[in-house]
Design a protein around this ligand. Structure first.
Ligand SMILES: Nc1ncnc2c1ncn2[C@@H]1O[C@H](COP(=O)(O)OP(=O)(O)OP(=O)(O)O)[C@@H](O)[C@H]1O
Ligand SMILES: [Mg+2]
Length: 276
């Protein structure tokens, strides 16, 4: 039987101006998986993420975490936010401390850990996101990509069960995108469930264990990367693109030039098939 860490039941949310951002969402997140949410601007990805640790409260429906419905008292919210960490889409909203070191240590200090453990976690998070050299710099002087990496370090120090990243690589250069991808894989290997949103279809295709497609606050499709991109109706309904590697493979396969039981997920796997 599958082990679900988060379940959404009939999740519906309208903003105060009347915008219905989520409409009767039902979905289940399997523990320990790497999960992507795809969908065009305004599909509801950020709104959904803000619900998952109680920043937004559903207008209707519920969120179930570890088989318990989310509760919204201050005490319960504090607990849940230590277990489900969110890296916001916009780091300027997340970062509030004077300098990088204070920013990243804040979350760990609130966990009542031994001082040595706080220092260990903060140093590791700063190094893992490659911002150690800026640790004494005021956060508002950092470049956007550097802020984004600090906002990831912010959450890493908490070592939560679930990490949610809203467009984690959107403002990063290719070197740091690759670094964050590797870091996410390492974190996942220790059992952390990872949820992210991205407009980088090629990344989602190669990285994810499972993908959800949203449109107008509704779920239009879900499955493994191959299942999702095989379904042209879902791709059209979500108004997203197919990954390049997937399309090239399909075109070659249609001409009888390649054949594989497992569809290649990245450039190297595709090139190997062509090379055969
Ligand atoms: N504070 C707000 N007040 C009113 N409407 C909002 C607010 N925030 C978001 N919305 C609306 O809710 C809908 C979903 O927005 P959301 O930010 O969740 O989309 P998204 O999928 O994250 O998009 P993007 O890819 O642009 O980040 C949109 O129609 C948006 O205009
Ligand atoms: Mg968003």
């Amino acid at each position: 039987m599958k082990d679900y860490i988060i379940e959404l039941n009939n999740l519906t949310f309208s903003y105060s101006d009347g915008t219905k951002a989520l409409n009767n969402l039902n979905l289940k997140i399997e523990r320990g998986k790497k999960i992507s949410f795809l969908g065009i601007n305004g599909a509801g990805k950020s709104t959904l993420f803000l619900h998952l640790n109680g920043i937004l409260k559903p207008t209707k429906g519920e969120i179930v975490f570890n088989n318990m419905p989310l509760k919204y008292s201050q005490k319960e919210l504090k607990k849940i936010r230590q277990k489900i960490g969110i890296v916001f889409q916009d780091p300027d909203i997340q970062l509030f401390s004077a300098n990088v070191y204070q920013e990243v240590s804040f979350g760990a200090m609130n966990l009542n850990l031994e001082k040595a453990e706080v220092i260990r976690r903060v140093d590791k998070a700063l190094q893992d996101t490659n911002v150690f050299e800026y640790k004494h710099k005021p956060t508002h002087f950092l470049s956007y990509g550097q802020k984004k990496r600090v906002s990831i370090a912010d959450i890493l120090v908490m070592e939560p069960e679930v990490i949610i990243l809203d467009e984690p690589t959107s403002s990063l250069d290719p070197k740091h995108s690759a670094m964050i991808e590797e870091l996410l894989n390492d974190i996942n290997k220790t059992g952390t469930t990872l949820l992210l949103s991205t407009h980088d279809i090629d990344f989602a295709y190669s990285w994810s264990d499972y993908i959800f497609i949203l449109r107008n606050g509704e779920l239009v499709g879900e499955g493994t990367p191959a299942e999702v991109f095989e379904n042209s109706e879902w791709i059209e309904a979500g108004a997203i693109e197919k990954p390049l590697v997937f399309e090239v493979y399909k075109a070659l396969e249609a001409k009888g030039l390649v054949h594989s039981h497992a569809i290649p997920r990245n450039k190297d796997q595709l090139l190997k098939l062509i090379d055969k």
